[in-house]
Design a protein around this ligand. Structure first.
Ligand SMILES: *Cc1c(COP(=O)(O)O)cnc(C)c1O
Length: 436
């Protein structure tokens, strides 16, 4: 279940907060990261609130286009885009392709030249800052699949492609990022618009974002020094944290925007650069809190467990009619959620409970620890908040469970955004399956 008003309000608050913080120097584009949750209706809400939409595959691109997002307002991400996906982006005339590798740049160039067009390209860099929740790691070598490193490679092939001129003091020479930027400026069919970095997810502290922004601006300055070009755009990615439980205290968009704007303006002033056009890419911070999952209670068990003092106590297991197929975040990230009894008011005692799914995995846990009324009974409804992001979009048919519907609520009205999956939808792909 998705609150349209909540989604719209969060979308608007990011747009307004960032516009205000970066004015009058520059403008800001807010790209809603569609992978958090995308449907044609949601793409339309985002567009109506003045947001652009980020996609990360041909399928997400198709959905954004079907939702009426103006192609100019769509970005295409991905570390392994196929030629078909790049071609589709070029055919649709989308606003930007975020190139993730040298290999991809060459293919974008060839496809754009063949199509008689120029592709608007951003380069995804890995600034050596990786952040999550309350911590960030600043590292020279980011051991991960995304983007282009700023660290000079010992790899000779890369280093030779951008051999230092005598007297040059460019810290990025020989890095995969520098090699790619150099190539992007030469390649026909490529219009290099700017740099991009996305440093992680569920981040609460500003430091990681600020460090990454400073690195990118320093890279922009080196490009200006060496090639005399000032790239017009800078994309600072997403990853802004939300409250999954009461323990999380996310910052308001105004606070995030003001901290980043101060850093960017200061770093640009220090390098004597114009402040580039900024973009950000929040996903969960827009759609996560808007979503609530409703489960129906089935079997309950009291299981004896050892207490920290060695005595034996019991844990109440409450099984529901879904689980890791509709919310994989517990299994993937040990994610924490909370839950409340919905649909009826119950007074009296509460017991420490664990809400589990119905899948054949003991790790199939929806909410690890929550106090639920002891009167919770079969067929009661449980509501799990903050499930708008990365739940439906990561859903599966494990154990051949059909996926639930996604319903929007707005001003007391409901609307089915994505209908419930039928057994025919799911099993009909099996060529031996015959429906009645
Ligand atoms: C996933 C992703 C985002 C959105 O991350 P959130 O944590 O949902 O804000 C933004 N940009 C890129 C490149 C991503 O891969």
């Amino acid at each position: 279940m998705l609150s349209e008003a909540d989604f719209r309000a969060r979308a608007r608050s990011f747009r307004e907060a960032f516009a205000a913080a970066f004015a009058p120097e520059t403008e800001v584009d807010v790209f809603y990261a569609g992978k958090a949750f995308l449907s044609t209706h949601v793409a339309r809400w985002a567009t109506q609130e003045g947001l652009c939409v980020d996609t990360a595959s041909g399928g997400e691109l198709a959905l954004a286009l079907a939702g009426g997002v103006p192609p100019q307002h769509i970005g295409l991400h991905g570390n392994n885009k196929s030629d078909g996906e790049i071609q589709r982006a070029l055919d649709a005339g989308i606003g930007r392709i975020i190139a993730d590798s040298l290999d991809e740049l060459e293919r974008i160039s060839a496809l754009a030249v063949a199509a008689g067009t120029r592709a608007p390209v951003m380069l995804r860099l890995t600034p050596g800052v990786h952040a999550s929740t309350h911590e960030y790691i600043a590292t020279a070598h980011e051991d991960q699949k995304f983007g282009l490193s700023l660290t000079p490679a010992l790899d000779l092939e890369d280093a030779e492609a951008s051999a230092p001129e005598p007297g040059e003091t460019n810290p990025y020479l020989g890095s995969p990022a520098w090699t790619a930027a150099t190539r992007a400026l030469q390649l026909p069919g490529v219009e290099l618009r700017g740099l991009h970095a996305h440093i992680g997810s569920q981040i609460f502290e500003p430091t990681g974002f600020e460090l990454a922004a400073s690195k990118l601006i320093s890279f922009l300055a080196s490009l200006r020094t060496t090639y005399g070009v000032e790239l017009p755009e800078l994309d600072l990615g997403g990853g802004h944290g939300i409250a999954y439980t009461e323990a999380d205290a996310p910052r308001h968009p105004e606070a995030i925007a003001e901290a980043l704007a101060a850093t960017v303006k200061q770093a640009c002033a220090a390098e004597d650069l114009r402040v580039p056009r900024i973009s950000i890419e929040p996903g969960r911070a827009i759609v996560g809190p808007a979503g609530v999952t409703l489960y129906r209670v089935g079997v309950q068990k009291n299981v004896p467990v050892e207490a920290p003092d060695g005595s034996t106590t019991s844990r109440r297991y409450v099984a529901v009619d879904g689980g890791m197929s509709d919310n994989a975040r517990g299994v993937l990230y040990d994610a924490e959620y909370s839950a409340v009894l919905a649909g009826r008011r119950v007074t009296g005692e509460h017991a420490l409970s664990r809400i589990v799914g119905k899948h054949c995995e003991s790790g199939d846990i929806v909410v690890r620890n929550v106090y639920l009324p002891t009167a919770t009974a079969r067929d009661d409804l449980l509501a799990v908040p903050a499930t708008g992001a990365y739940c439906h979009s990561l859903s599966s048919n494990y154990n051949y469970l059909t996926r639930p519907a996604v319903v929007a609520v707005h001003n007391g009205e409901s609307q089915v955004l994505i209908r419930r999956e039928t057994e025919q939808d799911m099993l009909g792909r099996d060529t031996g399956f015959a429906a009645d």
